[in-house]
Design a protein around this ligand. Sequence first.
Ligand SMILES: Nc1ncnc2c1ncn2[C@@H]1O[C@H](COP(=O)(O)OP(=O)(O)OP(=O)(O)O)[C@@H](O)[C@H]1O
Ligand SMILES: [Mg+2]
Length: 242
Amino acid sequence: MTLLEVQELKRGFGSKTFNTRIEVLKGVNLSIKRGELVALMGPSGCGKSTLLNIIGGLLRADSGKIELDLLNSKYVYGKENPSGVVEVRRNGIGWIFQDFHLLEQLTAQDNVALALEIKGMKEEEADEKAIEALIKVGLEDRIDFPAGQLSGGQQQRVAVARAITGSRPLLLADEPTGNLDVKSGEDVITLFKELCRDPLNPISILMVTHDPMLATKADRMLLMKDGITAASNIKDAWGVTE
Ligand SMILES: Nc1ncnc2c1ncn2[C@@H]1O[C@H](COP(=O)(O)OP(=O)(O)OP(=O)(O)O)[C@@H](O)[C@H]1O
Ligand SMILES: [Mg+2]
């Protein structure tokens, strides 16, 4: 069942008048099913982060349409300003970043709980949910550690726990393994797969990666080239030169 459908998405930057205009996305089409882990690859500067930012409701498109089907509600957006897409960010889409974005002084639990309390959840319930999520990502023995004292791989797991507590069906991950060693990177992708396969509450993940070996672990790969995305196989992925 389709969760996300992107149709003919276009976005450029700069000004035509000053001859600084570049068309980055030139009509991107893609769809993501429930429970799918999709890798997005492509040369530096081709527009991967731009695409994620538009899907995540942080940047508007020049034209095109995005449909996010949350079963009980369906969001259609694309050209709106970020201020008009609050519900998508609140209920639909979570983020994982390359540099984790954790508060280093706070414990793993408080990092996760804080995100829930900001959304209005009571402290006690937020604490419970935070512990549940940290157990799910395999950090039950690090719950009370300050985030700054965890390894990179563990910090990324805290960020994943934070992202999944919001019960958002789609996670966008922009180079989530970019700051991790090979083993920790593989562990994060294995965790992603488990979360997508969760029989009770499967999520979908769209992740940008420059690493073809990690991309092959996804259910599907998309290659971005010349402003559009195309289905890719591993041979194409290896052909990407930067
Ligand atoms: N806010 C902006 N203003 C002007 N140009 C921008 C802006 N954001 C992105 N661009 C341009 O759009 C193009 C695509 O950038 P983007 O960050 O999406 O690439 P990317 O595929 O994520 O690259 P990387 O793999 O290096 O992260 C680049 O040429 C970039 O300079
Ligand atoms: Mg990028």
